[in-house]
Write a protein that binds this ligand. Structure first.
Ligand code: SF4
Length: 441
């Protein structure tokens, strides 16, 4: 659908034409309607106006004055071009659903989270166990659940003028700054648009951030098509010896925008922590063989894990001490000894951030660290935060020290930036962090 410069509206829709003594015909590839038709939100039935310029197809003509009905009720064998259009419309509807999804759930998870790794002493956000606590502590999250898309009238003050904006429902989770660092900045309370995208690559990155945002706080004016940005997820991160690791995007407000990862493996695919439910991701996961296991690093980042598990018959893995978040998890980790899964995966209990926190080591290459360690943009080093340790900082330090016994090249965290270094350099970075952690009381 296009709004032309002269105010007319060009529509490209499939519909039925009804004529006396004739079966309905699917016709018309394009209509140009006068401006008075420009605000029809749902086109169900329209009488072609006398002054309408119409284009038929295959010799058929639309007669001015005839009644037309939108293609939803169409029957018969649609022609290829109409099928294309139907598929496009269906995809757009699915995209709408995907973008609406994070605002549908009830508030779950209960904790107070200080996201110090984004900026020291900056943000304290409460995700309350009960809805009342949640809404008191985090009004932006509550309102974002109820809204469908970002609201320009609630734009944060710092947005520079242009296509993209962030509204005040932002919970400052950092996802957009990780995906589109040139576009989004941090005013200490919210993300904001610090620089409008300067080229196609930056715009695509900003659209990915719009899709990944847990609260639907990023918008565009006019409303942009996001299909291609949605199709970018899961975003490949790394691949080695046939194992592929990707970032899921579609973050959930229930896990405060935590990152989740999809690992493709010949023995069965893994999800590490959970994205919000998305029909797009569902299709991509299905195409790639589904999900065999869902590793949950800890109780805060389970999001829609139960729904993913049910959909794909996956086994959820969670430590007993955090089992309250998924009491019916299929595999329960016990104690503090590592548990191997197949030839390439090792679940390592790492109490500290929470009592039941655990990390997942895959093929001695990728370490999924949950909320235990991440690359800090500000500090430019591997980092962990005392102020986001809910259980025991001493135990968290010991847990990190324990990881020195393993080799890996990647740190893939729940929050914060990823880190990729050669294994020896990674070990030095980790040793330095452990030393720093010991000095923090
Ligand atoms: S991704 Fe959304 S909620 Fe997170 S910081 Fe950006 S705008 Fe805010």
């Amino acid at each position: 659908m296009f709004l032309n410069d002269n105010g007319t509206l060009s529509l490209k829709i499939p519909f039925l034409e009804y004529r006396q003594n004739s079966p309905p015909q699917r016709i018309c590839k394009e209509l140009t309607l006068p401006p008075t038709y420009g605000f029809m939100p749902v086109l169900k039935t329209v009488t072609v106006p006398k002054d309408c310029r119409s284009l038929g197809d295959g010799g058929q003509r639309i007669e001015p004055g005839s009644r037309l009905r939108a293609g939803d009720d169409a029957v018969g064998d649609p022609r290829a071009d109409l099928e294309d259009h139907d598929e496009e419309r269906q995809r757009e509807e699915e995209d709408e659903r995907d973008l609406a999804e994070p605002r549908r759930g009830d508030a779950v998870g209960s904790r107070e989270i200080e996201v110090e790794h984004r900026r020291a002493a900056k943000v304290s956000v409460a995700l309350g166990r009960d809805k009342g606590a949640s809404s008191r502590a985090l009004p932006g999250l509550r309102s974002a659940r109820e809204a469908h898309m970002a609201d320009f009238s609630k734009s944060v003050a710092g947005n520079v003028a242009g296509e993209f904006f962030v509204d005040t429902t932002c919970i400052d989770c950092d996802t957009c700054r990780q995906l589109a660092p040139a576009t989004f900045g941090d005013d200490g309370e919210h993300a904001f648009v610090q620089l409008q995208p300067r080229d196609a690559a930056e715009r695509r990155a900003a659209l990915r951030a719009l899709v990944a945002c847990p609260t639907g706080s990023i918008g565009t004016q006019p409303r942009a098509k996001v299909q291609e940005a949605i199709a970018d997820f899961p975003m490949p991160i790394d691949e080695a010896e046939g194992v592929r690791v990707a970032y899921c995007g579609f973050t959930s407000p229930d896990s405060f925008g935590a990152s989740s990862y999809f690992v493709e493996h010949e023995e069965g695919n893994w999800l590490v922590d959970s994205p919000r439910w998305s029909t797009h991701l569902e299709k991509r996961f299905e195409e790639r063989g589904g999900i065999a296991r869902i590793f949950l690093t800890h109780q805060d980042d389970v999001a829609d894990a139960a729904r993913w598990a049910e959909r794909f018959g996956a086994q959820r893995i969670l430590h007993r001490h955090d089992l309250g978040a998924q009491p019916d998890a299929e595999i329960v980790l016990e104690g503090e000894e590592p548990t191997p899964f197949g030839r390439d995966f090792l679940a390592i209990p790492t109490p500290g951030h929470t009592r039941g926190h655990a990390v997942l080591l895959a093929r001695d290459r990728w370490l999924f660290t949950g909320d235990h360690a991440w690359w800090s943009r500000g500090k430019k080093r591997l980092w962990a935060s005392r102020s986001v340790c809910w259980y025991d900082w001493g135990e968290q330090t010991q847990s990190m020290e324990k990881l020195l016994a393993h080799r890996f090249e990647w740190i893939l965290p729940g929050h914060g930036e990823r880190l990729h270094l050669p294994a020896d350099a990674m070990r030095r970075e980790l040793a330095s962090l452990v030393e720093t952690m010991r000095g923090i009381r």
